[in-house]
Design a protein around this ligand. Structure first.
Ligand SMILES: Cc1ncc(COP(=O)(O)O)c(C=O)c1O
Length: 385
């Protein structure tokens, strides 16, 4: 018996190596040549302050716990509702639209992947206004299409003549993240409407962070999906509803965008029964979620003011993070590393246009106090950073 296990192991080892001892490569050319998405660090130690992946610092509504306890294990024997209809119906009530205009996905990332699989051929071009969510480029590379980056203006506003330039370049689909990541700035609905009207491709408005927009701005792109058939809005449970671990999101759009994904390209059961049930409980407690959003906004104002006083330059954020350009004599990378040593994780992007900045997620008041205290010490003693 032991001998046969040994033989199996030897065969497996041989199977993973060619004659030169190098691994065989079965990847498509585009996959071999691409780099994967680099996620923010996920520390195991509970005492680390985690301000690097834009999670909501507050727990989900207690209704989520109750819903979890109410799930009968017996029900897991069966497949879940394939298009998450009960959840879609609850979302339709929330947004006052038809459930047919909603697709539920396994995180926003699945929706982004589905959009490419459904609307973009591998040899076609997609676009974004850069810098933006780095996963877009990774997904484009994996799909085998070309990503065209149109630089944002210095104040983070959309490129001049964006639609005209994309049309001239034959762009099939464009991702606009709003509020913008990583700056947190917000483009107004009129600008997005004008873009949708002129752009000939599919316009995806990625609203992963929309719940943190100040309600006094009355920002809502929902009228755009009724007015423009080429607009798809992405929403997620990961940020506003404190459920990043659940992997649930949804898209809102016309039937010509939703139906092909809903009935052709998504996996037959792309979201599971537990996730559908908990997501429904979360959106049905709007008052709880809205209270966490307001706490984040209050802290966002306080942290921004404190950082600006220390010499950081920060655009006004409508999101749950701040993009802070470090004071002139400081190095963003050194500050990031020094904070890490102090047990505080923030995000440093080692790309030319962001190298002098840190992206800092808004935490609880206590977490933010610790961040501000550490940064004050590091900036007062630059030798240490
Ligand atoms: C801009 C943006 N869009 C979409 C997502 C996808 O979020 P999820 O897959 O957790 O729903 C994220 C996550 O960080 C994001 O930052």
């Amino acid at each position: 018996m032991a001998g046969s296990i040994g033989l199996t192991r030897i065969c497996l080892l041989q199977a993973t190596n060619n004659n030169n001892g190098a691994h065989l490569n079965y990847e498509r050319d585009n996959i071999r040549n691409m780099k994967g998405y680099v996620s923010g660090e996920q520390p195991e130690r509970p005492d680390i302050i985690k301000l690097n992946t834009n999670e909501n610092p507050y727990p989900p509504t207690p209704a989520v716990g109750e819903a979890l306890r109410g799930i009968h294990i017996e029900n897991l024997r069966r497949y879940p509702p394939p298009t998450a209809l009960p959840l879609r119906q609850a979302l339709a009530d929330l947004h006052d639209i038809e459930a047919s205009g909603i697709i539920v996905t396994n995180g926003g990332d699945e929706l982004l992947r589905l959009l490419l699989a459904t609307f973009v051929a591998p040899d076609e071009k997609i676009a974004t206004a850069s810098p933006s969510y780095s996963l877009y480029e990774v997904l484009a590379n994996a799909h085998g299409c070309t990503m065209v980056n149109y630089p944002l203006q210095a104040d983070w506003s959309l490129p001049v003549d964006f639609a005209e330039r994309m049309n001239a370049d034959g762009i099939k689909l464009c991702f606009v993240v709003n509020p913008h990541a990583p700056s947190g700035t917000l483009v107004n609905v009129e600008t997005l409407g004008a873009l949708a009207a002129k752009f000939k491709g599919v316009l995806v408005i990625d609203e992963a962070y929309v719940d943190f927009v100040d309600p006094s701005l009355s920002y809502s792109t929902l009228p755009l999906i009724a007015a423009y058939e080429n607009v798809m809005i992405l929403r997620t449970f990961s940020k506003g509803y404190s459920l990043a671990g659940l992997r649930m999101a949804y898209g809102l759009g016309s039937r010509s965008l939703v139906d092909p994904m809903q009935y052709k390209t998504k996996d037959s059961y792309n979201t599971d029964l537990i996730a559908q049930t908990l997501a429904k409980a979360a959106i049905e407690d709007q008052a709880y979620a809205a209270a966490t959003w307001q706490k984040v906004r209050n802290e966002r104002t306080r942290v921004r003011e404190a950082l600006v006083t220390m010499g950081f330059e920060i655009p006004t954020s409508q999101s749950n993070f701040l993009l802070a350009r470090v004071p002139a004599e400081q190095s963003a990378e050194s500050l990031y590393l020094a904070l890490k040593t102090a047990g505080i994780l923030v995000r440093f992007f080692n790309v030319p246009e962001l190298q002098d900045r840190l992206r800092i997620t808004i935490g609880t008041a206590e977490e933010n106090d610790r961040l501000l205290h550490s940064l004050k010490g590091l900036i007062a003693a630059p030798g240490k950073s």
